[in-house]
Design a protein around this ligand. Structure first.
Ligand code: HEC
Ligand code: HEC
Length: 268
């Protein structure tokens, strides 16, 4: 029923998107209040439906057309790291989650409430996708393939890749699988691979944490932080975006098991 509703409204997305842009132009920041209501003031059935349309426009690219997750979290699970009450969801959507790819929304407050209502609807239907693999077998593959040489889970492992302690909460199944077979497809800004060659012929490989006109900060392959002045460099090679090797060579079953294990990592 929810899915039919989504399909039904997709046709009008273009129109509403255009209207919304106009609304924003008219109302701008003025439509944003400092006080956040304790209860969603836009929770009628029509509001939630409109929220669904807005969701397709600004959120589905990352969270999937049905909220099933991808680059963004699976929103059908109904569990929220930043809280699931009306005002908490409102705040998450309006301000984004600092330090993650979850952006602040440019919607006016009314529209944010409508989307929040739709997100809650997604989370209350029990439609969460089950990972088909075997998480226990995946855990063994994780150990066998040296993933901990770059990733941290809890207090185990290194920081050359993203911390995976709660990756099952942050990312959907499709994204997790893609991370393993096509690591270069989406690489977070502070995890890009670089190789520095100094004027004296020294080589430093690792991930680029930060960079400005004068210097570049790198975590080298042993996990050490290094800050290097650019005027001492002969070359900065950035030809391979991700440090992570592709695990395409693993069997379908092994990949499914690894994905199931990653999906089971929900943090504290
Ligand atoms: C560029 C990709 C991207 C877009 C666009 C995006 N999100 Fe997210 N969203 C994410 C990611 C990644 C996370 C997980 C962040 C984390 O927990 O570290 C997330 C998390 C969330 C969460 C869960 C927060 C929690 O407390 O666990 C909600 C709710 C959410 N997004 C709603 C939305 C809505 C609604 C929109 C559209 C207005 C949207 N997102 C647009 C990437 C995105
Ligand atoms: C040589 C270091 C290295 C190894 C080994 C490695 N990774 Fe990665 N991984 C990275 C880096 C760097 C990133 C971030 C850039 C990217 O997305 O490709 C990453 C990204 C990821 C992501 C996406 C996380 C997110 O939040 O975006 C997942 C999931 C992942 N790795 C799982 C694994 C698993 C499972 C293994 C073992 C089978 C593994 N990695 C082995 C370096 C590594």
């Amino acid at each position: 029923m929810l899915f039919r509703m989504l399909l039904g409204v997709t046709a009008s997305v273009g129109l509403l998107a255009a209207q919304n842009v106009q609304n924003q132009a008219l109302t701008g920041e003025a439509a944003r209040s400092a006080e956040i209501a304790q209860k969603n003031p836009f929770a009628s059935e029509a509001d939630v439906q409109q929220g669904g349309v807005l969701f397709q426009v600004q959120c589905a690219v990352c969270h999937g057309a049905r909220g099933e997750g991808g680059r963004g979290a699976d929103l059908t699970v109904g569990i929220y790291r930043m809280g699931g009450s009306d005002p908490e969801l409102f705040r998450t959507i309006r301000s984004g989650i600092p330090g993650s790819e979850m952006p602040a929304s440019r919607f006016a407050d009314d529209d944010i409430w409508k989307v929040a209502g739709f997100v809650q609807r997604l989370g209350s239907r029990g439609m969460a996708e089950k990972a088909p693999g075997d998480a226990a077998a995946g855990k063994e593959l994780y150990a066998k393939n040296g993933c901990a040489g770059c990733h941290r889970i809890g207090d185990q492992g290194l920081d050359l890749g993203p911390d995976l302690t709660n990756v099952g909460r942050r990312r959907g199944l499709v994204f997790l699988e893609e991370s393993l077979v096509k690591p270069n497809a989406i690489v977070a800004n502070n995890f890009r691979a670089v190789q520095l060659v100094t004027k004296s012929g020294q080589n430093v490989s690792g991930i680029r944490l930060n960079e400005d006109d004068l210097s570049i900060q790198v975590r080298d392959m042993s996990g050490n932080l290094r800050s290097v002045m650019k005027d001492g460099l002969k070359e900065v090679k950035r030809d391979k975006p991700s440090l992570m090797p592709s695990y395409e060579r693993l069997s379908k079953t092994d990949l499914a098991n690894l994905v199931a294990y990653l999906n089971s990592l929900k943090g504290e």
